[in-house]
Structures are given as C-alpha cells and as structure tokens.
Ligand binder design. Structure first.
Ligand code: 3PG
Ligand code: MG
Length: 421
C-alpha cells in the first residue's frame, strides 16, 4: 500500500480541490497562522505546476451538538484566512457568499479561476454545510458536489483526522493525493513511532480519559513517560492516595485503570516530585502557593489545587540526565494552569532545548501556543532547526500513537484505497 503523493499528479490546467486544516480562526480572528504557513508549500506547488486551486477547511465547531443547528456567522468564517493569504503571499482567493453550490455564483467563480483572473477559490467553512458531519445520504451528496467542482483532490489536512465529507468523499470520485504537509507530518510521525532511542514522551492534558489510549501506547513504546497537568494530578491521587482539589472521580478512575496497566512498566514513568500547590486558581499569589515534594506527603493527604510542576523538578540530576541522553523527545504538554502557572512548561522546554542531538517533536495547539508565548526566542530558532518539528495536528498525533500507525487514520486510508476511476 502506497500513499499517492501530489508530486505524482498531473496538475497542468486542472482544477485542484485542496482540503487544508486552516482551523486557526477564533471569534473571527486568527490566533496563530502556523497552520496556514505550513500549508503554503502545497498551495504554491499546485500553482507552480499550472493547477488552479480551490481551498476548503473547517473552522471551529459551528454545529450545536444537541439541536444540530449550524451557526453561520463571522466567528467561523474563512474570510480572515483569505485576508492573511493575500497579505502573506499576494494570492487572491475569492469565496462565494452563498453556502450552497446549486446556484450560478460558483460557476462564475470557476470561470474566473479558469481564466486566471483570480488565484483561487476558497470555499465557505465546510462545517457550515449539513452534509459535512451528518453522515448518510447528505454527506454523500455534499461530497459529490465538492468533487464536481474539481478534477483532482489533494488532502493536506493532517490535523483533520475525522472522517467527514470533505476529508473522505472526494477520494471516491477524483484522482486523490496527499499534499506536501500531509507527507511531512507522516514522515515526522514515524520518527516518534520508530524512534531513535531513548525516547522520552511528555504528555499532559486536562482530562485523563481522553488520553488513556495514547498514554498506554507510550508506556509500551517509550523509554520514559513524563506526565503533566490534570493527568499527572490524577495519577498522583491514584498512586499515592492524595486528594487533590478539582480532580474528578472520572479522572481518578481512569488514572487507577492506567496505574493497573502501568505496573509492568512502572520504572518508565518519570515522576517529577516538586509540584506547586495553590489555594486559588485564578492567580499566583505569593502567600497562597507553595512548592510541595510528593516524597514527603503522606498518603491520604488532602491538597489544594496542584497547578504546576516546580522548576526544582527539572534541576534534579536524574531528570536532567534523562532529557540530556534522549535521542527522541515528543511533547504534547502544557505543564501548568495557564496563563499564571508557567514555570513547569518554561523549565521543561528550556531543558529539552539543551539537547542538541535529539529529534524534538512537539504537537498540539496549546503546546505550540505556550511554547511560542513563553520562549519566543527558542521557538523562532526551532522553526529553522531541523532537529525540531512542530506538528500541525495535535489530536491526530495522539490518535496515530494510540493506533501505532498513521495509516489507520480514515482520511489517510481513503487516499490509499484502490479504485477504478
Ligand atoms: C484541531 O484544531 O484540533 C483540528 O483542526 C480538528 O478540529 P476538530 O477537533 O474540531 O475536529
Ligand atoms: Mg483540537
């Protein structure tokens, strides 16, 4: 089974429908354009080969899960992305006003695209169309309408692992290829799945149960696993019998299950003993927080909020040695409760940067955002450093790690399915 690549496609004069993951608009504004920048290679490649691009992405989650109603508003529009593309690259993309392709508007845009009057078309947020997520006949029909607009389909949206109309259906009708970013992400993912050892994985998060599959996978696969955030708190409760404010029964239960599983691998979990206890969530106030050492806390002790890992943890020789000796480091983690509790993440990322030999791979929107906010100097250097890689997909990476392969992801499988065209 081989992944069909955009480099193998004949694009000259073709209309190329490209699924990107430009899910970077929050409340109508672009928070971090990293994902757009990461997709420029593919867009420019298509144009350089004489192809005419139609872009599409999802933005946010405009569909109300309970009522099924879709909120079509500026909050989840692709317009800020179009403006950004113009400013950054000079390319002019036009978007239809109608959220519907059964009208003359799209025909006119296609005419302008074919005669090179515009650089490309940018379709409205795909989640504004019912068929995108509904499944069934509506999804099939929407997918068919999308495919009817183009000659070739390219999926470059590695971050969008969900099997929705825009990530799956066009592959049923059009010659379909993986974009350059998609290829790059899969290659870098294999550096995590087939790592140079030792591999250290750092995983944090606000809910234990959503990450348990990934954590157990890493426990088997990695040489060391470091935990942070609520996940670490729940683990500490399960392992040492602490009672930590804010840890739900659900988290505790998941952590207990994980602990049972981790028994045979327990020396792989690198515990960070110095943690920060705070009496208040909202602020870091001098008299209201303190460093605690888990080794000195008695089982059954009630603790207030644990909101960060102390810098002191990262100064321990054992911890430093493990990070210095690693050859692969994967991070999907913000260690503290943002924005006030950041010393854990700052110390973690600083320590990792000292290791110049390791492949350092970071994934997850919050992980990248916090890195950029706290350590902009290192972040900017890292963008140009081939030992670093920043994944555009966070959830996708965790899912692929859980499954042990990128080739189980539905949109990737759809690209590889053999079909008679
Ligand atoms: C993301 O930002 O995590 C991806 O674009 C996927 O978005 P989703 O979780 O809403 O499907
Ligand atoms: Mg997400």
């Amino acid at each position: 089974m081989k992944l069909p690549k955009i480099q193998d496609a004949d694009l000259r004069g073709k209309i190329v429908l490209i699924r990107v993951d430009h899910n970077v608009v929050k409340k109508g504004r672009i928070k971090d354009p990293y994902r757009i920048d990461a997709s420029l290679d593919t867009i420019q490649y298509v144009i350089s080969k004489g192809g005419k691009p139609i872009l599409m992405t999802h933005v946010g989650r405009p569909r109300n899960k309970k009522t099924g109603e879709i909120d079509i508003s500026d909050k989840t529009s692709v317009k800020p992305i179009i403006e950004y593309l113009k400013k950054k690259t000079g390319l002019i993309f036009l978007t239809p006003d109608e959220v519907d392709f059964q009208n003359h508007e799209i025909d006119n845009l296609l005419k302008d695209l074919k005669s090179n009057e515009i650089s490309g078309i940018y379709l409205p947020n795909v989640r504004w169309f019912e068929g995108e997520e509904s499944g069934g006949e509506k999804t099939r029909m929407f997918g068919n309408e999308l495919a009817n607009l183009a000659d070739v389909f390219v999926n470059d949206a590695f971050g969008s692992w969900q099997p929705h109309a825009s990530t799956i259906e066009p592959t049923k009708y059009l010659p379909s290829y993986a974009g350059i970013l998609m290829q790059k992400e899969i290659e870098n993912l294999s550096k995590v799945l087939n790592p140079q050892r030792p591999l250290v994985a750092v995983i944090a998060g606000s809910k234990f149960d959503t990450k348990i599959g990934t954590l157990t996978s890493f426990l088997k696969m990695a040489d060391y696993l470091v935990l942070g955030g609520v996940i670490y708190n729940a683990y500490l409760c399960a392992k040492y019998g602490f009672k930590i404010s804010g840890i739900t029964d659900e988290d505790l239960k998941a952590a207990q299950e994980f602990l049972k599983f981790s028994d045979t691998f327990s020396d792989k979990i690198l515990e960070l003993p110095f943690i920060i206890e705070s009496d208040v969530l909202e602020e870091k106030i001098a008299e209201k927080f303190r460093i605690r050492n888990i080794i000195e806390i008695k089982p059954g002790t009630k603790l207030n909020f644990i909101l960060d890992v102390s810098t002191k943890s990262f100064e321990l020789k054992k911890v430093k040695d493990i990070f210095h000796d690693a050859r692969t480091i994967f991070v999907n983690a913000v260690m503290g409760f943002t924005p006030n509790f950041y010393e854990g993440t700052f110390s973690l990322n600083s320590l990792i940067d000292q290791n110049k030999n390791a492949n350092k791979l970071f994934g997850g929107g919050d992980t990248l955002q916090e890195f950029k906010t706290l350590l902009p100097g290192i972040y900017n250097l890292a963008l140009k450093d081939e030992k670093y890689y920043f994944f555009t997909g966070g959830g996708t990476i965790l899912k692929a790690v859980k499954e042990g392969t990128a080739f189980g992801l539905e949109p990737v499988k759809a690209l590889m399915r053999e079909r008679i065209l």
